[in-house]
Design a protein around this ligand. Structure first.
Ligand SMILES: CC(C)(COP(=O)(O)OP(=O)(O)OC[C@H]1O[C@@H](n2cnc3c(N)ncnc32)[C@H](O)[C@@H]1OP(=O)(O)O)[C@@H](O)C(=O)NCCC(=O)NCCS
Length: 288
């Protein structure tokens, strides 16, 4: 996310003398919906109004997300899914060496850097992104760097290779919603997923729903009538960050590990999608 380029799209065919030279910020492009003419924070503000979610509600939720993430770091739970990033070189004969060079005196990064204890009264002091709005830099997903990977294969292949799966992917669902309230997407996606699998909300032991913005996740919770004690029990994106394109795998791996830890059978990971979608995945703990 911090390496998102700021690029000029118009120069390939040359500039006319005196014409404005336009640069675009890829990060901003990713967070803005040109169809609805608003950005992602504004979509959360729309949900806050629709579901009567106050700044206090959002800060309290964010404060808990930070506390749960710090606890999960301290207990060592989160370290179990993190590959430390270290300064290192990769060499292969016949090719130029490549590598990772961390900045300054840092030689390794072993855990997420955004979580910190954040009491609600501290979060309450932060300026809202929009005057009169509920979203701030402290109760929205943080813009952080990360990559995530996992192996998805058939049960037969895993068995033949003697691999023990972390989870079984049972079903997936995608739903469309109006772009100006894109953050509600997980609600219809989860409903569709349950309808497809014949399960009830009460059959699901854990939920990992991406905390794109605090009001957005609370709106999904209210729409579905979710028991929030089953949601993001090791912290969410407000504390850990939401690195675009890594988050889906991160949510599902955390969920699989949390199902193993708690002995619960079913879990749902879900995220809203800018532009007006929700996506949800049902996984099953093979040992429950
Ligand atoms: C909300 C958002 C606009 C804030 O961006 P920003 O202004 O660059 O955020 P910052 O990290 O500078 O945080 C703002 C302030 O809050 C403070 N802050 C953030 N988290 C805090 C915490 N837990 N405790 C105390 N202060 C905190 C920062 O220190 C900063 O203070 P400063 O202004 O005194 O330096 C941006 O994070 C965002 O857009 N997030 C959501 C992304 C998104 O929507 N993704 C989903 C796509 S579907």
């Amino acid at each position: 996310m911090t390496r998102n380029p700021i690029a000029a799209f118009d120069h390939r065919t040359g500039f006319k003398l005196g014409a404005p030279v336009g640069f675009k910020d890829y990060m901003w492009e990713a967070l803005k919906d040109p169809a609805a003419g608003i950005n992602m924070i504004q979509t959360a503000e729309n949900l806050a109004k629709k579901y009567s979610i106050s700044r206090e509600d959002v800060d309290a939720f964010a404060s808990e997300s930070f506390a749960k993430a710090v606890a999960a770091q301290q207990s060592g739970f989160l370290a179990g899914e993190i590959v430390p990033v270290i300064t290192e070189k990769f060499e292969l004969e016949g090719y130029k060496p490549r590598g990772i060079k961390l900045q300054g005196k840092v030689t390794e990064v072993t855990q997420d850097t955004h979580p910190r204890i954040s009491p609600a009264d501290v979060l309450a002091k932060l300026r809202p992104v929009y005057e009169g709005g509920v979203q701030t830099g402290g109760n929205s997903s943080a813009l952080v760097d990360a990559a995530a990977a996992c192996v998805v294969t058939s049960g037969a292949y895993a068995k033949a290779k003697g691999k023990k799966p972390m989870a079984r992917v049972v079903a997936a669902a995608v739903a469309g919603v109006p772009p100006e309230i894109m953050g509600i997407g997980p609600a219809p996606a989860i409903r569709l997923l349950l309808a497809r699998t014949g399960l009830k909300l009460s059959d699901i032991g854990r939920f990992e729903i991406n905390e794109a913005q605090g009001a957005q996740t609370l709106a999904v919770g209210r729409e579905l009538g979710l028991d929030l004690s089953l949601l993001n029990v090791n912290g969410g994106a407000i504390a850990l960050g939401h690195p675009l394109a890594a988050t889906g795998v991160r949510l599902t791996i955390t969920l699989a590990r949390e199902l193993a830890r708690s002995g619960k059978r079913y879990g749902i990971s879900s995220a809203c999608v800018g532009g007006g979608q929700g996506i949800a995945l049902l996984i099953e703990n093979p040992n429950a």
